[in-house]
Design a binder for this molecule. Structure first.
Ligand code: URA
Length: 236
């Protein structure tokens, strides 16, 4: 598949998702938040689900959590264009409390209903590395009953990418105070730095691998890096 074909297919999937009614979140959403950033990247981030700001704009991580994520990316020399970012569910999970509509975590059945969209995104992007932001994404991508306290920052093999790890969700970091906040923030920044390094390491490994005579053609990932990606994830 050429880069153009991949991007065209990716857009088609996004269009199909924009009218999704696979679960009841469709009844209360304003916008489907399919994902954002660069689908040609080797590095994908997966969060929990859209909040109020994302629901209003149709873009992922545009609220306070998104601002912290942008800072953590910037501290590692990256911007949104260097990654693709999406969520375990594409529509805002919400509940009404008094006269307020509040965010809530996605339910398992909502994540299950939404999974085919995530699967198609990952099948097309073929990332080398996935960073799961928070436990719901880690449960979906790494393994069930993922324990953030014990397993955060560790690397796992997955069917979705060569390596995946979980980092603290920026919204969780924002709920911390004082020293706990500083520690959690530093851990998020360090985990993102480790993910960037892992991409570089895996790209090197792939480049040094002897050519496979069985392979029909290079995979899109080996073929499809734009100059930004090459310079960012090239030699240190
Ligand atoms: N939190 C998430 O998990 N995803 C978003 O898109 C925004 C906030």
């Amino acid at each position: 598949m050429t880069q153009e074909e991949m991007l065209a297919q990716f857009e088609e999937v996004g269009k199909a998702a924009s009218t999704c009614t696979r679960c009841d979140l469709a009844l209360t959403r304003r916008n489907v938040v399919f994902g954002g950033g660069n689908p040609l990247t080797p590095l994908v981030f997966i969060g929990e689900g859209p909040g109020e700001n994302e629901d209003a704009t149709g873009q992922p991580f545009v609220g306070r959590a998104g601002a912290l994520l942008d800072k953590a990316l910037a501290e590692n020399g990256m911007k949104r264009e260097h990654i693709y970012i999406t969520n375990t569910v594409k529509c805002r999970p919400s509940l009404v409390e008094g006269n307020r509509v509040k965010n809530r975590p996605p339910r398992q059945e909502e994540m299950d209903a939404c999974r085919p969209w995530l699967q198609q995104q990952l099948d097309l992007i073929k990332p080398l590395v996935i960073v799961c932001l928070g436990a719901p994404a880690a449960n979906t991508i790494i393994h069930k009953n993922f324990k953030m306290t014990q397993e955060r920052g560790q690397w796992f093999d997955t069917p979705y990418a060569m390596k995946a790890m979980a980092a603290f969700h920026p919204a969780y970091v924002l709920r911390m105070k004082g020293e706990a906040y500083d520690k959690a923030r530093a851990s998020l920044v360090a985990d993102i730095g480790a993910a960037r390094k892992k991409v570089i390491e895996l790209k090197k490994q792939l480049a040094e691998r002897p050519p496979d005579p069985e392979a029909e053609q290079p995979t899109p990932k080996e073929d499809a890096q734009d100059p930004t990606q090459l310079s960012l994830f090239g030699e240190e």
